[in-house]
Design a binder for this molecule. Structure first.
Ligand code: SF4
Ligand code: SF4
Length: 170
């Protein structure tokens, strides 16, 4: 039988997820496993199981869900989402869980680097002199410069810049 405290913790994480954009359908899951059997990532890496992550989220295991690597492995192919009999928006749910993880300072370093580079240079990966030279050799035009002011206006309006700073300060 669930204690009052456990019930409270479970409900508060479920509520946190369902109140997020993308996380609204969490509680419709009845654990059939169709998502896990449709997932190409799960086929390659047995440590990744979308049904299990949803179960942990429903059980209120916030720390285990947001501090682990699993939520970052989904490649957003939407196979599971197309097949879920309960219309759980599974791929979108992973975005919601990643946003919670990001705010809690658990995003993998690689993503923090991408975010910083995007804010500073307008691209998630720095274009090296080597790449520029190769583009010229292949007859490709030089890459256009990025309108950083416009980009940063968008990033600020969406809250992205704030998340990026949160991640940097961890
Ligand atoms: S397919 Fe849908 S209902 Fe079934 S376990 Fe996955 S999310 Fe839950
Ligand atoms: S969207 Fe993510 S969880 Fe769903 S099948 Fe694709 S990789 Fe797996």
């Amino acid at each position: 039988m669930m204690t009052q405290q456990t019930e409270k913790t479970t409900k508060s994480f479920s509520d946190e997820v369902t109140s997020r954009h993308g996380g609204e359908t969490l509680t419709s899951c009845y654990q059939c496993g169709t998502c896990a059997s449709s997932c190409p990532v799960a086929r390659l890496d047995s440590s990744f199981n979308p049904r299990e992550i949803i179960k942990l989220s429903l059980l209120g295991e916030k720390e285990e869900v947001v501090s682990g690597d699993a939520i970052w492995l989904c490649c957003s192919c939407f196979n599971c989402q197309e097949r879920c009999p309960q219309n759980v928006e599974i791929a979108d749910l992973f975005y919601a869980l990643r946003n919670i993880a990001l705010e809690a300072g658990h995003a993998p370093g690689m993503y923090a680097d991408f975010a910083s580079a995007l804010v500073a240079e307008g691209r998630i990966v720095k274009i090296s002199k080597f790449v520029e030279k190769k583009r010229k050799e292949y007859g490709l035009p030089p890459l256009k410069s990025v309108d950083l002011e416009a980009l940063n206006t968008i990033l600020s309006a969406t809250g992205f810049s704030k998340s990026e700073k949160t991640e940097e300060s961890q």
